[in-house]
Design a protein around this ligand. Structure first.
Ligand code: ADP
Ligand code: MG
Length: 232
């Protein structure tokens, strides 16, 4: 579904991505692991097109390297950004509907019911301002907003960041549910153990380079990964 090759990206003179090659197959859940500053968010943002990059990005057989980010959303590449970024003064429901801006009202209505079925807590709070939700609820809202665009490839950047262990578990349960529903997911999370545990495959990123790739189980068992990312 996604094939990235020789992808580079810079902030001014600083190179954040130094030639990335990776693939995500239809229906797969692929995890990206790496330390702070490794370039994980930059990579997701390059794929969604909000961060400029060079190299090649093929999506469903089409070269989308030069395609604008709003167009990529319409093609089905949807990013849930790091730090939730919900619109605090707007209601939960209005935040969700913003995720469906590329779609008709009828489609938005239908998608809203699906999102509420998956996140009942959001339905209960549909009229409340997003800003008063807890961190975990805001993450659910950010994911729900992403789902409103009916992604073919969902890019999740640090969904469990800053959440208490019980909520981390809840977020990963939602990720598993999305995977079970055949959503293709590219996941970044500091909780490397949880991310690799749900993943079919994973990549390890160090200073803008892929240094290791394998199945989730292989990476969980890898000595270097265990020392650097699992604290063992
Ligand atoms: N807006 C920015 N301006 C300049 N440098 C940035 C910016 N965002 C990220 N960087 C730098 O790019 C590198 C990769 O950052 P990032 O992709 O956010 O890493 P990660 O998500 O893995 O923590 C880091 O060295 C970071 O300091
Ligand atoms: Mg990041």
């Amino acid at each position: 579904m996604l094939e990235v090759s020789a992808l580079t990206s810079h902030y001014g003179r600083i190179q954040a991505l130094a030639g990335i090659d990776l693939t995500v197959e239809d229906g797969e859940l692929v995890a990206l692991v790496g330390a702070n500053g490794a370039g994980k968010s930059t990579l997701l943002r390059a794929i969604s097109g909000v961060q400029p990059s060079s190299g090649k990005i093929i999506f469903n057989g089409n070269d989308i390297s030069g395609v604008r980010s709003d167009r990529r959303v319409r093609l089905g590449i949807v990013q849930v950004p790091e730090g939730r970024q919900v619109f605090g003064p707007l209601s939960v429901e209005d935040n969700l509907r913003l995720g469906a801006y590329t779609r008709t009202r009828a489609e938005s209505d239908a998608e809203l019911e699906r999102v509420y079925a998956m996140f009942p807590a959001l339905k209960e709070r549909r009229g409340q301002a997003a800003g008063v939700l807890s961190g975990g609820q805001q993450q659910m809202l950010a994911m729900g907003r992403g789902l409103m665009a009916k992604p073919r490839l969902l890019l999740l950047d640090e969904p469990s960041m800053g959440l208490a262990p019980r909520l981390v578990e809840e977020i990963f349960a939602k990720v598993r549910a999305l995977k079970a529903a055949r959503t293709t997911i590219f996941l970044v999370d500091q909780n490397a153990r949880a991310a690799l545990s749900v993943a079919d495959r994973g990549y390890v990123l160090e200073t803008g380079r892929v240094v290791l790739a394998g199945s989730g189980a292989e990476l969980l068992a890898d000595e270097k990964v265990r020392q650097a990312y699992l604290g063992l």
